[in-house]
Design a protein around this ligand. Structure first.
Ligand SMILES: *Cc1c(COP(=O)(O)O)cnc(C)c1O
Length: 379
């Protein structure tokens, strides 16, 4: 399938041909117990992620990220923590380049020390800061394809090269970009993580995560995963595999909607500052244009008039839900400092402006979203 375009891959990648039992939809094997093979080979088991429906999803995910292998996990946090556990032991050191998703930052801040890990938070655009952070125990380099909440695109090609030069495992959280926009293995990242709760599933109805990489690395990830017991349930695996079929269509529509809203807001007198890499004025615009296919579904902005204006705007919008996630078919808008599920304190050294609003574009018509912002800002 390697020569195919992403739209084709999203539908057919990893699907058995001929289809299993003739069904174009791979069945849900809900069972936990499987008979041992005739040669006494290991029988599938849900916690190990080897149930046929789980394995089918793994093949699909590997195909979409262009990796040898993949595992699905019970959440995005399970994907990130399992990937980290697969490379860091006591005394290990991590270079973490980015502002980081709240849950990831919270995990490192609250649990790394207890696990015997050390980490340094560094600037994703500044290789000199990575070099300064290197020490003898450095094992891994963690970054995000698009950072939250400031929507930065770091030096991703440089990061993968830097990690390789220094013998570090490079790990990237590709949730905000999705493989439609960016495929990190193609520029040399070792492990790619996702919260599939977001765009990969896309319908805001399951929690799931993904790690992709070489067979050897994924074997280590799977071993941690089975020990911690956070594989993905087969029914959720089935839903995620179904969601992936429309990933390319959904993400392209989301990208177009995010760009339309970003352009509208950037030109509006009641908006002070818009952060979206699709805007020519964004400091990372050129890098994103070279590296990405589209600019993602998420933007952040600040209205003129501070927190009160931000709260009034969110109340006046009729199409997006006021909710703090991203990547689903429905548009969402949230004032990040108001908390969400991770809380403002989780945003780390980047801090968080009190009036910063994040918009996650859904797949509605761009005209309706822009018209809704126009009426809300006029109110
Ligand atoms: C949501 C999210 C996570 C965590 O995913 P869960 O499925 O909620 O555990 C990790 N990274 C990013 C960038 C996210 O947006």
């Amino acid at each position: 399938m390697s020569a195919e375009r992403f739209e084709t891959l999203a539908v057919h990648g990893g699907e058995p041909r001929p289809a299993a039992g003739g069904s174009v939809v791979f069945p849900i094997y809900q069972g936990t117990v499987f008979e041992a093979g005739p040669d006494d080979s290991a029988a599938p088991y849900i916690r190990l992620g080897t149930n046929p429906t789980q394995r089918h999803l793994h093949r699909r995910l590997a195909a979409l990220e262009g990796a040898e292998a993949a595992v699905a996990t019970s959440s995005g946090m399970a994907a990130i923590t399992t990937a980290l556990h697969s490379v860091l032991g006591a005394g290990g050191h991590l270079i973490a380049a980015g502002a980081f998703y709240g849950g990831t930052h919270q995990f490192l801040a609250e649990h790394a020390e207890r696990l015997g890990w050390a980490f340094d938070l560094v600037d994703p655009e500044d290789e000199e800061s990575w070099r300064k952070a290197l020490r003898p125990g450095t094992k891994a380099f963690l970054t995000e394809s698009i950072t939250n909440p400031l929507i930065q695109v770091g030096d991703l090609v440089g990061a993968a090269r830097f990690a390789r030069e220094h013998g570090l495992t490079s790990i990237i959280d590709n949730t905000f970009a999705t493989p439609v926009v960016f495929r990190p293995h193609a520029v040399g990242f070792d492990l790619v993580c996702h919260s599939a709760t977001k765009a990969l599933n896309g319908h805001s109805d399951i929690a799931a995560g993904v790690v992709t990489g070489s067979s050897e690395r994924i074997e280590r990830v799977a071993s941690v995963l089975s020990a911690f017991g956070c594989s993905l349930d087969p029914h959720a695996a089935f839903l995620l595999s179904r969601g992936l079929k429309t990933l390319a269509l959904r993400v392209r529509q989301q990208n177009a909607n995010a760009l339309a809203v970003a352009e509208f807001l950037a030109a509006h007198e009641k908006i002070a500052h818009v952060r979206y890499p699709g805007l020519a004025a964004h400091p990372d615009h050129r890098r994103a244009a070279e590296l990405f296919d589209g600019f993602g579904s998420v933007l952040s902005f600040q209205p003129v008039g501070g927190t009160a204006a931000a709260e009034a705007l969110i109340r006046a919008l009729r199409v997006p839900y006021a909710a703090s996630s991203l990547g689903g078919v429905e548009s969402l808008v949230t004032r990040l400092a108001a908390g969400g599920h991770t809380g403002a304190a989780a945003f780390g050294p980047a801090g968080l402006e009190d009036d910063l609003i994040r918009f996650s574009a859904g797949i509605e018509a761009a005209e309706d979203l822009v018209a809704d912002f126009a009426q809300a800002l006029g109110a």
